[in-house]
Structures are given as structure tokens and as C-alpha cells.
Ligand binder design. Structure first.
Ligand code: SF4
Length: 404
């Protein structure tokens, strides 16, 4: 198996990927006239505008948009698609806020409210520690857990499981911990980094528009605060992901403005490693006016993300949310990364996800090979990579079928 290394900034992406685009895209005249100007821009490495993004949302030929996004993805990563071995441990569902779309949060007095103390958290993690190298930890805004609690938690985790990278806390959790502890974002992140925090997962961006946020997640961090907290993390050398929750009540322009704000921050900080677009799941949550995204809209949004976000290396198909089948197709529509083995997850499953949680490395890698890609296991922060070819089921070889 071949293995290689990268830096947190390049994150495994080819450094000269723009130079490969003309060959991959080919003759502009072979593309439909309506999008030829836009294809030419991509081929020449020219950044797409909001108007270009709107054209991509209204252009009817979805497969052609997927093909263009796939060219960009191939320029950066060839046929590689990335995954990791991780587990989600959601430390508490008690939250002082009540975002309209959230099916996870509970009040402190709810019968099914829970808060994992440090030992319970470690016990939970211990069940998976032999199989994972990342713990993804996000949860509610607990009214009593300040920076000292999380310092204790992360130090204890690193002491017991030094091989497990801690990817934890969304921007609103950082804001809440800062407020409770009466210290700045910078000091909060710095102390948590010293305690063992390796990266931020990027959740909670929703749509970076304050009028919309006042409706769907009133009280959460503002758009500016989300960007400030990620900027602060990047300045401290903490890489982060960024996300977009779509299919609530936002407009297409607002989705694109959201992407543009993220790519502009990354022009300055180069600390976002991955963008994770995921649709709102309606079951059991509380936003009846949500417009809900269709399967083709999810694929289109993933492809557009790849084309708009030229400064962010990875686009993730978040299979916890969109399911395994759509994730497999998304790998041909611009996505190059797929959320890991996971094992345990509450937030999306309480919102209605039925994605299986028990994927071992073989099943996950097969999902990637089924999409025509080469599975590459990565570490949390995209610095170490290793190709992993899973044993294939024999029955597959009997079918006469074309694969990419
Ligand atoms: S989305 Fe996060 S901050 Fe909002 S209610 Fe749910 S747990 Fe709390």
C-alpha cells in the first residue's frame, strides 16, 4: 500500500491543479453553448461569481454540471476519494438554545436529557478506541461547562487515547464556552489547543445571513462571529472544516453568498480544509416552512460547492446526512471525501437519518470503489494518506457493467 504526507494547508491537494484543468475539461465547444463562458472560466482558473453560481442552479443539465465539478475534483485529487476511521461522541444534548431545525437539543429537565461526565465520555470512547483515530465531538450548549471542563476532558482523552485526534466544538460552542469563562475566543481556542484539541468540525454555519439566522437559529453566533472564530482558529494553527445547512428557508443567492464568504476568509487564512454541504432533514424537527432539498438538488449543490469554492481543498459527501447511495454518486459530482466509519452518531439520526452507523473500513472503502474512485484513508487533518483497496465481493466480477 502506498502512503504519503501533505501539509494541513495543501491537505493532499495537487499544488498545480489549475494547470491540469484545460486538458481535463477539453474543447470548450464540446460543452453546451449556454455554459461555455462559465466552462471557459473554470478551464482558465478564473473564480466564479455569484451570477455564475445562479446560472449553475438554473441550468437544466445536471450531469454536465457534475462533469465540470468532477474535472476540478480530478485536477486536485485524481481518482482518490478520502475517508477516515472515526467515531462521533456527542457529549451532551442539553442546550440553552433552541434552534428551529434542531431535533437533538433537550432542556436540562427533559427525561432523555444527558450529559456525559469526563469518565462517561472516556468509557464511551474506549469502546471504539482500537478502531478509530479521530473522535468527532459536538453537542449542546451546556449551561455549566466552561473552558476548564473541556480542558479536563481533552487532557484526559489525550492521556488515555494519545492516538485519537480530537475534532471538537462548533463555533457556537466556542462562543458559549468563551462567554461562560469570560475570556476571548482567542484565549478559549488557545487553551483548548494546549489541552489537546486538534481541529474544529465546522458545524453550525447554517447559512451565513443574520436575518435568516434570526429565524432558524435565534441566539446562535452571528455570521461575523462564525467567521471570526474560524479565523482565530486558523491563526492559532488549528485547521477547521466549514459547513452549509441548506433546504430550510434560504434563497439560492444566500447559499452562494454563504460560499463566497467562506472562500474569501480562506483566501486570507488558508485554514479551511473541507466544506461540508448538507441538507435539512425534516423528520422530528420543527421547521414546517422548510423547502426541503431533493436528491438532484443535493448533488447540484455539492457540484456547485466544488466549482465555487476554489480556495477550499476538500468537498465532503456527508453520508450521515445524505445516505450511502447519494454519497456514492456525489463522489462523481465533485465531492472527494466521505465521512468516516462513524460507529455512533446522534444529531442526524434524531433528525431522521437512517444511514448505517456500523461501517468498517472494508464497507466504507467498497462504497468508494463502487463510485469508480480509489479509497484513501487519511488522518483527521489531511496530513497522512494511505491507499486502502478493500477485498471485493466475488459476485461483482460476474456482472458485465461499465464503471468509471
Ligand atoms: S443546533 Fe446546536 S445550538 Fe442549536 S439548539 Fe441544537 S444543539 Fe443547541
Amino acid at each position: 500500500m502506498s502512503a504519503w504526507k501533505s501539509s494541513i494547508h495543501e491537505a493532499g491537494s495537487s499544488a498545480n491543479w489549475r494547470e491540469k484543468l484545460p486538458d481535463l475539461i477539453g474543447e470548450i465547444s464540446t460543452w453546451n453553448k449556454e455554459i461555455q463562458p462559465l466552462v471557459r472560466k473554470v478551464s482558465q482558473g478564473i473564480r466564479l461569481s455569484l451570477q455564475d453560481g445562479m446560472l449553475l442552479y438554473s441550468y437544466p443539465n445536471l450531469s454536465e454540471i457534475g462533469r465540470l465539478a468532477n474535472c476540478v475534483r480530478t485536477a486536485r485529487f485524481g481518482k482518490y476519494a478520502f475517508f477516515n476511521s472515526n467515531v462521533h461522541v456527542n457529549q451532551t444534548n442539553i442546550c440553552v438554545l433552541s434552534c428551529k431545525f434542531c431535533a437533538f437539543r433537550r432542556s436540562k429537565r427533559a427525561d432523555d436529557a444527558y450529559a456525559l461526565g469526563v469518565q462517561s465520555y472516556l468509557d464511551d470512547l474506549a469502546q471504539y478506541a482500537d478502531y478509530v483515530d479521530e473522535v468527532h465531538t459536538v453537542g449542546g450548549l451546556h449551561p455549566d461547562w466552561d473552558v476548564e471542563h473541556y480542558e479536563t476532558l481533552f487532557k484526559a482523552s489525550k492521556k488515555q487515547f494519545p492516538h485519537i485526534s480530537i475534532k471538537a466544538l462548533t463555533a457556537v460552542e466556542i462562543k458559549h464556552i468563551s462567554n461562560l469563562s469570560q475570556i476571548s475566543f482567542q484565549e478559549t481556542l488557545s487553551r483548548l489547543k494546549d489541552a489537546g484539541l486538534a481541529s474544529l468540525p465546522g458545524g453550525g454555519a447554517e447559512i451565513l445571513n443574520d436575518e435568516l439566522r434570526a429565524i432558524i437559529c435565534n441566539g446562535k453566533e452571528s455570521s461575523l462571529e462564525y467567521l471570526q472564530i474560524h479565523r482565530c482558529a486558523h491563526d492559532l494553527g488549528i485547521p477547521t472544516n466549514c459547513t452549509m445547512l441548506f433546504g430550510t428557508i434560504e434563497t439560492l443567492e444566500q447559499r452562494l453568498e454563504h460560499m463566497i464568504q467562506l472562500r474569501e476568509l480562506n483566501d486570507q487564512t488558508n485554514g479551511f480544509q473541507c466544506f461540508v454541504p448538507y441538507p435539512f432533514l425534516p423528520d422530528d424537527s420543527r421547521l414546517p416552512e422548510a423547502q426541503l432539498a431533493t436528491g438532484s438538488e443535493i448533488l447540484r449543490t455539492i457540484a456547485i460547492s466544488r466549482l465555487m469554492l476554489d480556495s477550499i481543498p476538500h468537498i465532503k459527501a456527508y453520508r450521515m446526512n445524505i445516505g450511502d447511495e447519494l454519497s456514492e454518486i456525489a463522489l462523481q459530482f465533485g465531492a472527494d471525501d466521505i465521512d468516516g466509519t462513524v460507529q455512533k452518531e446522534s444529531i442526524m439520526h434524531l433528525a431522521g437519518s437512517t444511514t448505517p452507523l456500523d461501517h468498517d473500513r472494508v464497507r466504507l472503502a467498497r462504497l468508494i470503489t463502487d463510485s469508480g474512485c480509489i479509497p484513501v484513508q487519511r488522518n483527521t487533518t489531511y496530513e497522512r494518506f494511505e491507499i486502502y483497496i478493500p477485498p471485493m465481493p466475488k459476485r461483482r466480477q460476474k456482472l458485465k457493467m461499465a464503471y468509471m
